[in-house]
Design a protein around this ligand. Sequence first.
Ligand SMILES: Nc1ncnc2c1ncn2[C@@H]1O[C@H](COP(=O)(O)OP(=O)(O)OP(=O)(O)O)[C@@H](O)[C@H]1O
Ligand SMILES: [Mg+2]
Length: 222
Amino acid sequence: MLRCASLSKTYHSGGHRLTVLKDITFHVEPGSFVAIVGPSGSGKTTLLGLLAGLDRPSAGTVHLDGEELGALDEERLTRLRGQKIGFVFQSFQLIPTLTAVENVQVPLELRGEPAAARATELLERVGLGGRGHHYPAQLSGGEQQRVALARAFSTRPKVLLADEPTGNLDARTGATIIELMTELNRDLGTTLVLVTHDHDLAALARRTIRLADGAIVADSAA
Ligand SMILES: Nc1ncnc2c1ncn2[C@@H]1O[C@H](COP(=O)(O)OP(=O)(O)OP(=O)(O)O)[C@@H](O)[C@H]1O
Ligand SMILES: [Mg+2]
């Protein structure tokens, strides 16, 4: 489902070169549930961005469902993302001028699918049934996180990539979200790749990939 080979990422800024990912190679089977863990700054968010085609690697390749992301222009990449990937950013990235329910509808509307009923249902699932008409600024961090999750789930993506999806949630809300993600993984066969510091969440994953200083230092499936 997802395959990356010899992936590297180097940033150039202020005359300095900073290599944040080095020679990353792994393969994620369809329907699997993988946790990516590692200390702050180890390259987790950078890796997730490369897997989603939101950013381009300095070297190496990413294949999503058989297609090499590096070979696609921006338009085709955007279309592929819309068809196959749900993405939850560490910083949510909701659209501030749209209400919660409108934010959840965006990916469905981009595909020309009926959106209103599903968006309302998803907000109920994440415990925000009564808050659909609120704007992101009127929601707490954890509530925004839940809207971002509902948005990522809206299109029933083949792959859900999520950057610390329970990072801003209390234990009980976090448990609801974890339940929703494992249900999706089990019932729809959605491939889950999650970056997490949450031990409960990492324990549910069938595989853990550990990064340190931009390299894979442990892979429980290897
Ligand atoms: N655009 C950029 N330009 C230069 N350096 C960057 C850029 N983006 C990220 N970095 C650096 O890359 C390294 C890895 O960052 P990344 O965000 O992937 O870490 P992370 O593992 O997600 O950390 P955290 O757990 O704190 O979210 C960090 O040292 C960061 O400062
Ligand atoms: Mg990060």
